[in-house]
Design a protein around this ligand. Sequence first.
Ligand SMILES: [Zn+2]
Length: 291
Amino acid sequence: MEQWLIQNQVWCRILIFLCVFSMLAAWETFYAWRPWLIARKTRWMRHLSLTCLSKIILRVLFPVFLITVAVRVEQKGMGLLSHFPYAAQVIFGFIAMDLIMYMQHRLFHKYQWLWRIHRVHHMDRQIDVSTGVRFHPLEEIISMGVKMLGVAFVGVPALAVFFFEVILNAMTMFVHVNVCLPRRVERLLRKVIITPGMHRIHHSDYSPETNSNYGFCFSWWDKMFDSYTLVSTAGERKFTMGLEDYQDPKYQTLENMLLVPFNIKRLKVRYKKPLKTKFKLFEEITQPKKR
Ligand SMILES: [Zn+2]
């Protein structure tokens, strides 16, 4: 099975990506939550070009796939989970990888040099399925390095790595979809997974909201580590997306997306620390924060 996955994972992942992207794009076509500020075709071209460039750079810089690292780790019996039964390795390996991604996302917001790179994702003035692939190549390189270290340290089996990569990719597109779920469904799903309604608060231009709701798959990390925002203070339909200093459409071109991390002049203007510092366990914020 693992051998088959290694040999066919690229085509499997491309096929799943195309299916998920098409389904979510079709959903947005019929139930769009906000009108598009830039034509979808233009957005797709830019965002897909950015992700294609990242994948090419990753292939050049990393001679092995993440799944190959997992197979080597498994063969050598390395990692924290190596003595657990296989089923436990797969389940806990998957959960551990999601926690690692949550922590990585927090660090991308915490440190200025990382924020410079990650802000390319946040500069989008609205979100749709294509925002899910809008990441600077430097962010993809750092993320791959973190994932490889995580797989080796935790000892995540190849099967869990494959499922995690596929599900993380699908979830990243799902949470950016330009659709508003019915309130009941939203509330129910949020108990376990990240929803579009929860993640779009993370794209608010209001700093304390930008610095919250970091999760990708499971919603419990934000609740556990006190970074959960239930609702936007400006109201679900009214809040502004993107970054205050990057509302000009010129920042949305492929060229400027690639150059923004190196724009040192604007760095100090944007970064603001999150307001909350207290550690609360599974406690929901029921009152909106004051602006
Ligand atoms: Zn972010």
